[in-house]
Ligand binder design. Structure first.
Ligand SMILES: NC(=O)c1ccc[n+]([C@@H]2O[C@H](COP(=O)([O-])OP(=O)(O)OC[C@H]3O[C@@H](n4cnc5c(N)ncnc54)[C@H](OP(=O)(O)O)[C@@H]3O)[C@@H](O)[C@H]2O)c1
Length: 345
């Protein structure tokens, strides 16, 4: 079967499109015919460049940290899934053969496409316990993107910040992956009021198009003043950041009102940011850093996407043979929406 393989770290050209043996599902695993896998800045592009040495990667490696597709073969011990089931998987999964209903975190685990062969391939073997059933009406390209980002956004806003209907949420990096999905979870699922804040007019417009009531370009004008005006001087209840921009986050933090909550799962614009501790204690603010998500929220997110409540931004869908081109695009023209590889093209 065809796959993309990294034999050595380097520029996008090191992504080799080649024939590999068909993956054999071990006990508790299934083989999936891949329909979609997303391309990611850190776990694909930076990893391929050799900048993720701390993750314990060994080469050669088939990258690709998520996938959507259909089951085409069952390993020993599988009773809950059948050939033809439409599924998705992402993130950290067991590395060793395990029961099909293995509890999350049982035994050795690692990332798909980092610590075990990934989804930039026509076929992949994965533990059944990592699979989520995808609603039939959701396209595989969207399903892969939802799996990649939505459970994290959900975890931050719903589980972490406990955002409630009618509250104000300030979504930073509103045109990004977590930002654009965060807006829709806050607005369409929780029923909160949303301020979409970003560093360009185009990204603010994206946030408004996704349903935000207010849009603010934080590289033009004063973020604090504009948020206070929009919230009648009360400030916001939840600040959803994930960027940690040292110029902007200090202003955003000051817009948190009484009992405000800051949640974050990212710091690529920082990581060091100055915090006004007077504002922090005076408004009884909570700061919660989080990683990952609750497994049960993956299906909730896929169903929300199938119901039209979470739309994903896909910039383009490319065949597997163009993985290097996908990496080049991510390096030279970031922030246009997700690039998805489809091995059936
Ligand atoms: N995606 C996930 O599911 C996930 C899961 C766990 C953790 N994370 C982490 O969460 C963060 C956000 O992920 P994402 O996929 O949403 O990111 P993204 O879409 O690539 O970027 C979000 C926004 O960050 C701003 N930005 C980009 N590069 C920047 C830089 N060098 N300095 C300052 N601002 C910059 C841009 O907004 P403006 O220019 O408009 O400000 C951009 O729209 C990352 O740090 C990521 O590692 C992500």
């Amino acid at each position: 079967v065809k796959a993309v393989v990294i034999h050595r770290y380097g520029p996008p050209e090191v992504l080799s499109f080649e024939d590999v043996p068909e993956p054999e599902p071990r006990s508790g695993e299934v083989r999936i015919r891949v329909r979609a896998a997303t391309v990611n800045r850190v776990l694909d592009v930076a990893l391929r460049a050799g900048a993720q040495g701390h993750r314990g990667v060994s080469l050669p490696l088939i990258p690709g940290v998520d996938c959507a597709g259909t089951i085409e073969a069952l390993g020993p011990g599988i009773s809950r899934w059948k050939v033809g089931d439409y599924v998705a998987a992402a993130g950290r999964v067991p590395l060793d053969p395990c029961p099909e209903d293995a509890a999350d975190g049982a035994g050795r685990t690692g990332q798909i496409g980092v610590h075990r062969p990934g989804a930039f391939a026509e076929k992949i073997a994965l533990p059944a316990c990592a699979l989520v059933r995808v609603p039939a009406t959701l396209a595989p390209h969207a399903a892969a993107v939802v799996m990649r980002h939505a459970p994290t956004a959900w975890n931050l806003l719903v589980n972490g910040a406990a955002l409630k209907a009618g509250e104000w949420a300030l979504i930073m990096g509103a045109g990004g992956n977590l930002g654009s999905i965060g807006i829709q979870i806050a607005r369409n699922i929780v029923g909160a009021k949303v301020i979409a804040a970003a560093g360009s007019d185009a990204r603010v417009a994206t946030g408004l198009a996704l349903g935000a009531q207010v849009g603010i370009n934080y590289r033009r004008g004063d973020l604090y003043e504009q948020v206070m005006q929009a919230t009648d001087g009360k400030g916001v209840d939840v600040l959803y950041d994930n960027v940690a921009n040292p110029e902007i986050l200090p202003q955003a933090l000051r817009t948190l009102g009484r009992d405000g909550r800051l949640v974050t799962a990212g710091a690529h614009g920082g990581p060091n940011v100055t915090i006004d501790f007077h504002h922090l204690y005076d408004r009884r603010i909570t700061i919660k850093g989080m990683t990952g998500y609750r497994p049960a929220d993956r299906l909730t997110c896929l169903e929300a996407a199938a119901a039209g409540k979470i739309a994903v931004k896909i910039d383009r869908i490319l065949p597997l043979a163009q993985a290097a081109e996908a990496h080049r695009l991510m390096e030279t023209d970031p922030g246009m929406g997700k690039i998805v590889l489809d091995p059936t093209l």
